[in-house]
Design a protein around this ligand. Structure first.
Ligand SMILES: Nc1ncnc2c1ncn2[C@@H]1O[C@H](COP(=O)(O)OP(=O)(O)O)[C@@H](O)[C@H]1O
Ligand SMILES: [Mg+2]
Length: 235
């Protein structure tokens, strides 16, 4: 569904990614791990056509179609849904307005009602300004907003960031359900537990701007030394 082939990405000041290879099959959830500053957000933004950064080399393909260099709007219309780091909801719009503003004309797929069924908490808060929501509620809204575009490929950047354990459990549960419905998902995470839980495969961004390790999450669970070396966790 998503192919990232030998992708190099730079900011004006410095190159960050130097030949990333990453593939997400149809219906598959892949977790992108890596310490803070390794380039997860840089890769997510480049794949979704957001600038900065600049993709300087390599190809990105969505379901076989080469989308390298496309604008973020065109990539979104082609079926890539993004849940950005930091949620980025429209704080001065209500929950319902946030959902409606991205709704596509199609009457199939995700509707406001379906998002409310999926996250009942958002139904309770439908008339509240998004800026007044808790972090967890904003994350639900950010996910709901991405779903409203009926993506074929959902890309999430640190959905767990700054969430209290109770609400993280809710988000984890909902994301696991999305994965199980056959949506293709790429999730960038620093929370190793969540990444191992959600993904069937994982890739770890290393300090040299390439994928330092890739394999199944089952395998990664058995490799504490890999987690220790690249993520500084465990052991
Ligand atoms: N807008 C920017 N301009 C210049 N450098 C940036 C910018 N955003 C991030 N970087 C740098 O790119 C590197 C990767 O950052 P980022 O992709 O945010 O990492 P991660 O998401 O894995 O924490 C870091 O060294 C960071 O300082
Ligand atoms: Mg990031």
């Amino acid at each position: 569904m998503l192919s990232i082939e030998d992708v190099h990405v730079s900011y004006a000041t410095a190159g960050v990614l130097r030949g990333v290879e990453l593939h997400v099959g149809a219906g598959e959830t892949v977790s992108l791990l890596g310490r803070n500053g390794m380039g997860k957000t840089t890769l997510v933004r480049a794949v979704c056509g957001l600038t900065p950064p600049l993709l300087t080399q390599g190809r990105v393909k969505l379901d076989g179609e080469d989308i390298t260099g496309w604008s973020s709007h065109r990539i979104a219309r082609a079926g890539m849904g993004l849940v950005p780091q930091g949620r980025r909801v429209f704080g001065s719009l209500t929950v319902e307005e946030n959902l409606k503003v991205v709704a596509t004309a199609k009457d199939k797929g995700w509707t406001v009602k379906r998002v409310y069924d999926f996250f009942p908490r958002l139904a309770d808060r439908s008339a509240s300004l998004a800026g007044a929501l808790s972090g967890g509620e904003q994350q639900m809204l950010a996910i709901g907003r991405a779903l409203m575009t009926n993506p074929r490929m959902l890309v999430m950047d640190e959905p767990s960031e700054g969430l209290a354990p109770a609400v993280l459990d809710t988000i984890r549960d909902r994301l696991a359900e999305l994965s199980s419905t056959g949506l293709s998902v790429l999730v960038a995470e620093q929370n190793v537990d969540l990444a191992l839980d959600l993904g069937s495969r994982a890739a770890i961004l290393g300090g040299d701007g390439t994928i330092a390790w890739a394999g199944t999450t089952d395998e990664l669970r058995q490799r504490p030394e890999v987690l220790a070396q690249h993520l500084g966790v465990g052991v």
